[in-house]
Ligand binder design. Structure first.
Ligand code: PLP
Length: 437
């Protein structure tokens, strides 16, 4: 058992003055119970907490760290930037360099603007879509996460209606009346919504590989049809690539699927571990943004030079090393090893869904016809409870996963083959906890 004495003390103090003791809800471990280790330092694929426990990390700060913790090139660039000044609030060159790197290598990003988070990127892209089309409605998908702006904080309405209802207190129903929700992997439902609301829909927004509610694999032809329906009705396509951008390929899921969105949002990897987001796309759409156009959007620390130089160092390394094929092969192999190590011994069926270096282990019976989970309602109901038990056994044996059954795991270039084998061993050991009465 890990000694979490100091973490427990800090958690008690934190809970007194910070909601849940944390600054983003899932960090509080409420989905799995127990005390979250307070992390003191990290390196490569490992975390060390303040009690001195070390963990092999598969949460990786929820996605930004594709090159691992403390990548030396990113750290060097950030330190050099700090030495010249943390923020200028004025025109400067490093944000231009990062913008050029992106527009030179991702053809559908003709122009872009940097913001400070994925949430901001989505909020801004939606404003541009509405401003450019003169329409108000946005169609999103049940099971996709687009940050915590009011209009995106919705769930599917009851029954068969496409009207969204807020899924947070503090979001007035008036704020979400222009948000429509469709099921994933269901073209007829999308066609039906467009038949009713087609002239009012500014854009479809989707995570092309939904990775915030498990890993819900979509088919290329679903995404192609979506784009065709949107365009037929004069609506735009926004790919939210905050998690998949620079992760599945340099050009994200759009590159993998060969589908060019009108607008795209980035975050996570783009800042090299610093708070950065970006929205970009067709030049005529970005020309709508202030000061050139009527769509207002601003930020005190946007394009912060420390974050820009860190992001630039990270993206240059990704371009140069192109680790994507190797990362995906290693992730697939990890999935195979987990399956074969547990096949004979696991009390429950185990499935591993993979996209690039993202993976999600499902603990329970999958009943969908093709054996692949593509929408939230296909997730086995027992998965959550199984995950909670396995999670704690893994944590005790030094494996740190995102503390939720519905979060994906991340492989980085810093994970070694030996570490992945350690995970396979720890996992096939941990799975026995499910057999206990
Ligand atoms: C993480 C994420 C966001 C929100 O980004 P933040 O930086 O947490 O605000 C939005 N969309 C997707 C697809 C994400 O994965």
């Amino acid at each position: 058992m890990n000694n979490l004495i100091k973490s427990a003390q800090l958690f008690d103090r934190a809970k007194k003055i910070i909601p849940g003791g944390v600054h983003s809800p899932v960090r509080a471990f409420q989905g799995v119970g127990g005390t979250p280790p307070f992390i003191d330092s990290a390196n490569g694929a490992c975390l060390t907490d303040i009690d001195g426990n070390t963990y092999l990390d598969f949460c990786m700060s929820w996605g930004p760290l594709i090159l691992g913790h403390q990548d030396p090139d990113i750290a060097k660039a950030a330190n050099a930037a700090i030495a010249k000044g943390c923020t200028f609030g004025a025109a400067e060159a490093s944000s231009l360099a990062l913008a050029e790197l992106i527009t030179n290598h991702i053809p559908w990003v003709e122009k872009l603007r940097f913001v400070n988070s994925g949430t901001e990127a989505v909020m801004s892209a939606i404003r541009v879509a509405r401003g450019a089309t003169g329409r108000n409605k946005i169609l999103k998908f049940d099971g996709c996460y687009h940050g915590h702006s009011d209009a995106m904080l919705v769930q599917a309405g009851s029954g068969l209606t496409e009207m969204a209802t807020p899924n947070s207190a503090g979001v007035p129903a008036e704020t979400t009346i222009n948000t429509l929700v469709a099921p994933l992997n269901d073209i007829p439902a999308v066609e039906k919504i467009f038949a009713t609301h087609g002239n009012d829909i500014a854009a479809i927004i989707i995570e092309p590989v939904p990775a915030n509610n498990g890993l819900l694999l979509q088919q290329e032809n679903f995404l192609e049809k979506l784009a065709a329906i949107a365009h037929t009705h004069g609506a735009l396509v926004i790919f939210d690539e905050v998690i998949t951008g620079f992760r599945l390929a340099f050009g994200g899921a759009a590159e993998v699927f060969g589908i060019q969105p009108d607008l795209v949002t980035y975050g996570k990897i783009i800042g090299g571990g610093f708070p950065v987001g970006a929205y970009g796309g067709r030049a005529d759409l970005l020309d709508q943004v202030a000061p050139n156009g009527p769509v207002y959007q601003a930020g005190t620390l946007s394009g912060n030079p420390v974050a820009m130089k860190a992001g630039l160092a990270g993206l240059e390394k990704l371009l140069h090393n192109s680790p994507y094929t190797e990362l995906e092969q290693r992730t697939l192999k990890l999935g195979e090893k987990i399956k074969s190590a547990t096949q004979q011994v696991s009390p429950v069926p185990i499935t591993v869904q993979v996209a690039g270096s993202l993976f999600w282990i499902i603990l329970g019976d999958i009943t969908s016809s093709d054996g692949i989970i593509r929408s939230p309602e296909q997730i086995p109901s027992a998965h959550k409870d199984h995950f909670r038990q396995v999670f704690h056994t893994l944590l005790t044996s030094g494996i740190y996963l995102a503390p939720s059954a519905f979060e994906v795991s991340f492989l980085s270039t810093a994970h070694t083959d030996a570490q992945l084998d350690d995970y396979v061993a720890a996992f096939s050991n941990a799975i026995h906890v499910l057999a206990k009465p």
